[in-house]
Design a protein around this ligand. Structure first.
Ligand code: ATP
Ligand code: MG
Length: 394
């Protein structure tokens, strides 16, 4: 059997001792069955939020409207959610209301996929009305109930199905794939942020062939915020697979994926509401995947100025994946040498600032910035110039 953390067991037994039912549920049950350690442990209970709050000394309201109370125990935080059913769905994204349900089976029936609709408690064992355990064994993503109905209620589930296929290395059953193809346009009702989160998880998954399902079902167009993928997806997938074998981070994967969409990646990133730092880093990766490597120390510093050393080294790794013949050892050494010698490549490290320039009569404003940039450029070429007296003479 699998091990459940003692704090989780303690929450379940506290609820049970007070006469309620309580189970671990959803992703954590799925993961323990797969032999994977869950990221977090979700608990579902027949107790209503006020009862849950009465039983534990440290709680806070996380999603009280949805029946979720967070219980703090031994430094960890666990979400305890009352059995619920969702009301009518409006515009394929959110239920108009949620109501608490009396039975665990009802709560399980509102969940998206059979593999996510299993509950377990040490005293009651598994509750698995939709044969989720069988689907986990077979490696299949199947909707709870009628696929069209379930995707009609919440369009994000279409993308979740394919994301789970990528992350769990599962396939998606035909009924679900048909329904996705039919309802693909409703993904346009889903916020860009939620689509982004699923896409990033998908790209970090192990079964990257799942990307073909996005294309095949027509979901790709809506994931890319109404853009056609112009690139060669097979090639993109094969590069992503190579990248997945390294310890590449999320941004590198996003870059490699977007490179092959053949569109302006900055616009896609913006439309998907990525933060500015990610947009900048990923765009630099994309722009430079096939660009020439910097040829000398000064050019390397120009990169380091634009993106941090960490991101620059990532870019080099990314280029190595797309071009295995690339010789990157020398450039690695050069970067480390620049860092070790603390050679200046940012305005912050420059030995003069705007005040110093003002003191020698350079008026504040646009000129200050331009002058500082010029001095920085000189210092990047010749590190020994990074001394206040020398710079003020230039
Ligand atoms: P992950 O490992 O990515 O967190 P997860 O299965 O825990 O996967 P969550 O998004 O954290 O996924 O959701 C927790 C559970 O809530 C799911 O396992 C599923 O039972 C249910 N759930 C989440 N989102 C939906 C949805 N859109 N429709 C129906 N059920 C959902
Ligand atoms: Mg989860």
């Amino acid at each position: 059997m699998f091990e459940i953390p003692k704090n989780v067991l303690s929450i379940i037994s506290t609820l049970e001792s007070a006469g309620h039912e309580a189970f671990i549920v959803g992703g954590c049950v799925r993961d323990v069955i797969r032999g994977v350690t869950p990221k977090d442990w979700d608990i579902t209970t027949s107790a209503v939020p006020s009862q849950v709050k009465g039983l534990f000394s440290r709680t806070f309201d996380t999603g009280i409207k949805h029946g979720t109370v967070s219980v703090l125990l031994g430094g960890d935080c666990f979400e305890v959610t009352t059995y619920r059913v969702d009301g009518e769905y409006l515009d394929s994204r959110r239920p108009s209301e949620v109501t608490f349900a009396g039975e665990i089976e009802k709560d399980l029936s509102r969940r998206d996929f059979t593999v996510n609709a299993i509950a377990y408690s040490p005293t009651r064992g598994f509750v698995d009305p939709f044969d989720g355990q069988v689907d986990i064994k077979k490696g299949i993503i199947r909707c709870v109930g009628d696929a069209e109905k379930r995707f009609g209620e919440d369009a994000l589930r279409m993308l979740r199905a394919i994301r789970f296929a990528a992350v769990l290395e599962f396939s998606v059953n035909n009924a679900a794939l048909h329904a996705i193809t039919k309802l693909r346009e409703s993904l346009a009702n889903i916020s860009a942020e939620r689509i982004r989160e699923e896409l990033v998880k998908l790209l970090c998954g192990k079964n990257l062939d799942a990307l073909k399902l996005l294309e095949k079902t027509g979901l790709m167009y809506f994931v890319l915020q109404k853009r056609v993928n112009h690139g060669d997806l097979e090639e993109s997938i094969s590069r992503l697979k190579t990248l997945a074998k390294t310890n590449a981070d999320e941004n590198m994967k996003i870059a490699l994926f977007l490179y092959w969409t053949g569109d302006n990646c900055k616009n896609i990133l913006r439309d998907l509401r990525f933060d500015n730092k990610t947009i900048k880093t990923v765009s630099i990766y994309v722009e430079n995947i096939f660009a020439e490597l910097p040829q000398n120390r000064y050019e390397i510093k120009k990169f380091l100025k634009e993106i941090s050393p960490e991101f620059f080294l990532n870019l080099i790794e990314l280029k190595k994946v797309t071009n295995p013949a690339l010789e990157i050892k020398k450039i690695h050494e050069e970067v480390h040498d620049i860092l070790e010698k603390k050679e200046c490549f940012t305005l912050r490290e420059l030995a003069v600032n705007g005040d110093d320039l003002a003191a020698v009569g350079i008026p504040r404003g646009k000129e200050t910035g331009e002058a500082l940039e010029k001095l920085l450029d000189a210092v990047m070429r010749e590190p020994s110039l990074n001394v206040k007296e020398k710079l003020l003479c230039l």
